[in-house]
Design a protein around this ligand. Structure first.
Ligand code: IMP
Length: 195
């Protein structure tokens, strides 16, 4: 079976993808390739960060790999927090701080459209491939629900009356940005990188 590295230190993300790829190829994490360092993530776009991480691992460790990057893009804030989603309220901030900052910036604004975007960048030996998953929705005025993580309590996907934080993980995965990008990656690998 072919091996592919997922360039993340997040063990939950790794386990989730390993389960979905079981019959396609063997997914290993960074520590399996003896990579214990932080992977540089210094670009100013979501696409740039995903590419930087995947290319770094291929160049430094010589292993085919893919990397992801995700952000919440709010229309009325010109796409912010975007690539800065994890640390929008400053270094060391919590998800609560980030949501508070977004809610304050959105206070009094009627146009509340937003999207989550995940980019998966895959580096095989000589070629690279990019898969993008987007889910549209809106930013509520108050938090609702206590499941999920990050900005889930303030994001309500289009066509639903519940936020991501009011959905089970399975339900969220069927419609989420990450779920959509992963489905494309899996379909591609099934065709081009299995056995
Ligand atoms: P990452 O690139 O997956 O680490 O995501 C960057 C940041 O985006 C996270 O720290 C969260 O703040 C936010 N984020 C990513 N995915 C989600 C999601 O599914 N729900 C809510 N917030 C998310």
């Amino acid at each position: 079976m072919k091996t592919l590295c997922f360039a993340t230190h997040n063990l939950n993300k790794l386990a989730e993808i390993q389960l979905q790829m079981e019959s396609i190829c063997s997914i290993v994490g960074l520590k399996d390739i003896q990579c214990f360092e932080e992977i540089p993530e210094t670009q100013d776009t979501i696409e740039g960060n995903a590419a930087q991480k995947a290319q770094y691992v291929l160049e430094q460790y010589g292993v085919p790999c893919f990397a992801d990057d995700t952000g919440l893009e709010i229309d009325a804030l010109q796409g912010r927090p975007g690539v800065y989603s994890a640390r929008y309220a400053g270094p060391g901030c919590s998800p609560e701080d980030n949501m508070e900052k977004v809610l304050q910036e959105m206070s009094g604004i009627q146009e509340r459209g937003a999207q989550f975007k995940t980019v998966l960048h895959l580096c095989l030996e000589k070629k690279t491939y990019v898969f993008t998953g987007i889910v549209r929705g809106k930013i509520l005025e108050h938090k609702k629900g206590n499941k999920g993580f990050g900005y889930d309590p303030i994001f309500q996907p289009e066509g639903y009356t519940r936020t991501f934080a009011e959905m089970t993980m399975e339900e969220k995965n069927t419609l989420s940005h990450r779920g959509k990008a992963t489905a494309q990656l899996i379909a591609f690998l099934k065709q081009h990188y299995s056995l």
